[in-house]
Write a new protein. Sequence first.
Length: 73
Amino acid sequence: MASLSPEDRQVLTEAMEAMLHNETLEHALGRVLRRRGLGFERYISITSDLRESRRKDEDIESAARRLIAQQRE
């Protein structure tokens, strides 16, 4: 399973909280990363980890919530 660094987990949590109505997690994540001055490589890394950790029929937002919760334990 993919493992996020503490900083990536924090960025992902911020993106989940910053999601606007009817906005994708990927779009919110890109906005948070740009605001923090982080590059496209970080975006690709985080989204790749999320997609690899998805279970069958699980959307990316659910995978993100699960991954964040598991790594807090």
